[in-house]
Design a protein around this ligand. Structure first.
Ligand code: MG
Length: 278
């Protein structure tokens, strides 16, 4: 059921991953007070075009834009529009993808709009990002899918609780296999569900998008009438981080990180493979 990639295919996914990284850099810079989420979408579309890459979000299940822009209590799948004007103090999660020669990359980050954010929000994003790296560090030859879920949840549970209550690990959405399509088997939970099996074992050629979503408050979410926008049920703000990683003969490699994840994975004692593009 799991698509196993050749080194050549992983190199294509690296190309796509670098385009995603370029979209991240450009949209991060553009996420300033006064910008609309549509402005960010325009930036993303331009970067994809400059790289000759295609969008895997535009038209996906009818999705009407190039990136997802999820502001404050929006968890994921926010639709860029001209009426959502970013305000000083907002947080925004930007999810972007790219297709190069039929091979996909997918990654997301949370950015702070303006300045003066409450320490609790800074910590929310830090915990979410770091739980992603803990999960990525568990993607290696010999481990199984559940080891990633365990690493993500374990990291979050070990953190001090936010003053407003708790971290809600979103259960309605999760990570996924990726390659010739954006969303493929297996589905990756960001927590351990003991009723499920341990999942497939990682072998060279296995590629996975790891993407924890954490809410300040309840993990429960609902979808708005636009059939896309996912909000927290209690209005708590939310963070989302994501990277696409490949398992190779020579170790893991984070395809959507410019440095391949070298710096962050080293903190976990994980040495990455050489860049698939050489
Ligand atoms: Mg994804």
């Amino acid at each position: 059921m799991v698509e196993i990639k050749t080194p050549e295919q992983i190199a294509k996914m690296r190309e796509a991953g670098l385009v995603v990284a370029a979209v991240h850099a450009a949209t991060r810079e553009a996420a300033v007070p006064g910008a609309t989420t549509k402005d960010l979408d325009d930036v993303a579309r331009k970067v994809l075009a400059e790289h000759g890459a295609k969008s895997n979000f535009l038209g996906y299940g009818g999705f009407p834009a190039t990136i997802c822009t999820s502001v404050n209590d929006v968890v994921v799948h926010g639709i860029p529009d001209t009426t959502t004007v970013l305000q000083d103090g907002d947080i925004i999660s930007i999810d972007a993808g790219a297709i190069v020669d039929g091979w996909h990359g997918d990654a997301a980050f949370t950015a702070f709009v303006g300045s003066g954010h409450a320490p609790e929000l800074v910590e929310l994003s830090r915990v979410t990002e770091e739980s992603m790296w803990a999960g990525l560090a568990a993607v290696r030859k010999g481990n199984r899918l559940v080891d990633v879920s365990k690493a993500i949840e374990g990291y979050i549970r070990r953190q001090p609780r936010p003053s407003s209550g708790k971290y809600g690990i979103v259960e309605d959405y999760g990570g996924h296999g990726i390659g010739s399509e954006m969303h493929m088997d297996p589905h990756l939970l960001n927590y351990v569900d003991r009723r499920r099996g341990r999942g497939p074992r990682f072998v060279p050629g296995f590629c996975l998008a790891v993407e924890p979503m954490i809410n300040l408050g309840t993990p429960k979410t609902h979808v708005l009438e636009d059939e896309w926008t996912v909000k927290t049920n209690d209005g708590g703000w939310s963070s989302h981080w994501e990277h696409t990683i490949a398992v190779t003969e020579e170790g893991p490699f984070v395809l959507t990180a410019v440095d391949g994840g070298r710096a962050k994975l080293a903190e976990y004692g994980v040495e990455i493979a050489p860049d698939p593009l050489g």
